[in-house]
Design a binder for this molecule. Structure first.
Ligand code: GDD
Ligand code: MN
Length: 364
């Protein structure tokens, strides 16, 4: 019988082809006699990362690849990688060699010998640092850490770390509560645990990226806000709905600006102007929702066009429902304000539910 894997190292990847072989080699050197495997979780990177991972897998049975199609997201990639592991201990680390693989054996010994759920590679305990960070990035990281205090324990000094090791039982206890939004999987785990996680932080120095470039962009900042929001209110309201409503608010501005331009400035008839304003506002809403609210399921090419058509159709029915409900209530004894508001709520919920089902086909 081949010995069972003691440690799965989950590595999310997006355009990291040039880093994989170096990473695998370095992990091999670092791990000594621990029986490890690495699971690359790749979101169909255009640079052929998944093919490179499989090539390495043919050379070395310790290397596996989980390729996801039409998906994006660091946290959700980590979660699916962890779910694909059978090992008693699971590590998560980046592919770009910024996380020091030489810490892995110490993390493993600490996790298996002490009464702990998680060992965190930390930049913020004595001996750790993040000198590779620019001032701007360091400030953002600090602010994010401060905000995270609403949902994770204060004693955890580096909740933003993407380098950690967790026991299978601890992961399994959290897995159904995870949000899986954005970049910050460690914070998600801590905030999702039914019992406080027993942890220890070990210092390491966050290095320079090897090849390729960082994927942390403005979208990641937005996603971070959504993760926080999900942890705070997600039990009661889906955060996608919150984002959808915020985008709808932008649509109202676009609508009114168009209407003013066409009706007032350009002398269009009111109904014609209103029709154009509606169509433009719907399109702007569709574009922003596709870019932000549903970035992980983003539609492109022909799917974009089909998505736009279904979005416009759904929202048109939503508008009819809105007017119908408001009219019905108004004809009863409800005042204009409440009747109007009820119409908006019904229309918004309808638009959200139907476009989620038919335009983006989201699971939840
Ligand atoms: N599968 C998948 N899908 N992987 C992704 C995606 C994605 O959408 N986006 C990024 N990755 C992978 C990258 O390929 C890399 O291996 C890892 O996730 C981290 O991404 P980077 O773009 O290198 O992030 P960073 O260096 O700015 O940030 C890192 O440092 C932070 C510092 O604490 C990440 O490790 C964060 O998790 C960490 O918090
Ligand atoms: Mn990086």
């Amino acid at each position: 019988m081949t010995p069972s894997v003691q440690l799965s190292i989950v590595v999310p990847t997006f355009n990291e082809a040039a880093n994989l072989s170096v990473l695998v080699e370095r992990i091999g050197v670092a791990m000594g006699d621990v029986n490890w495997e690495v699971i690359f979780v790749d979101d169909d990177s255009p640079d052929g990362t998944a093919a490179e991972a499989r090539r390495l897998g043919r050379e070395n049975g310790r290397v596996r690849c989980l390729q996801r199609i039409d998906r994006r997201g660091l946290s959700s990639a980590c979660i699916e990688g962890m779910l694909a592991s059978s090992a008693p201990c699971i590590a998560v680390m980046d592919a770009d060699l910024q996380h020091d693989e030489r810490l892995l054996p110490t993390m493993y010994d600490t996790l298996t010998n002490e009464d702990l759920d998680v060992v965190v590679g930390s930049r913020h305990v004595a001996g750790g640092d993040a000198e590779a960070f620019s001032d701007d990035r360091a400030r953002k990281s600090e602010l994010a850490t401060r905000l995270s205090r609403m949902v994770v324990p204060e004693e955890l000094l580096d909740p933003m770390s993407g380098f950690f090791m967790i026991r299978r039982e601890a992961f399994e206890a959290c897995m159904r509560n995870l949000s899986g939004i954005g970049f910050k999987i460690l914070m998600d785990l801590f905030a999702s645990a039914p019992q406080p996680l027993r942890f220890r932080e070990l210092p390491y120095s966050f290095g320079e990226r090897h090849a390729g470039e960082s994927k942390l962009d403005n979208q990641a900042i937005w996603d971070y806000g959504m993760l926080l929001l999900d942890k705070l209110v997600g039990r009661w309201v889906p955060v996608r709905f919150v984002a959808f409503i915020a985008v709808g608010g932008i649509g109202v501005f676009v609508h009114m600006a168009m209407l003013a331009g066409l009706y007032q400035a350009l002398d269009y008839g009111f109904v014609t102007a209103q029709v154009w304003a509606t169509l433009v506002a719907m399109t702007v809403n569709f574009v922003i929702n596709n870019l932000i609210t549903y970035r992980d399921l983003q539609l492109k090419g022909w799917d974009w066009l089909k998505g736009w058509i279904s979005f416009v159709l759904a929202c048109s029915v939503g508008a009819v429902a809105n007017v119908g409900v408001a009219g019905y209530l108004f004809a009863g004894d409800t005042g204009w304000f409440l009747a109007g508001l009820a119409g908006i709520v019904v229309g918004a919920v309808w638009n959200y539910a139907i476009t989620q089902l038919y335009t983006w086909r989201a699971a939840s």
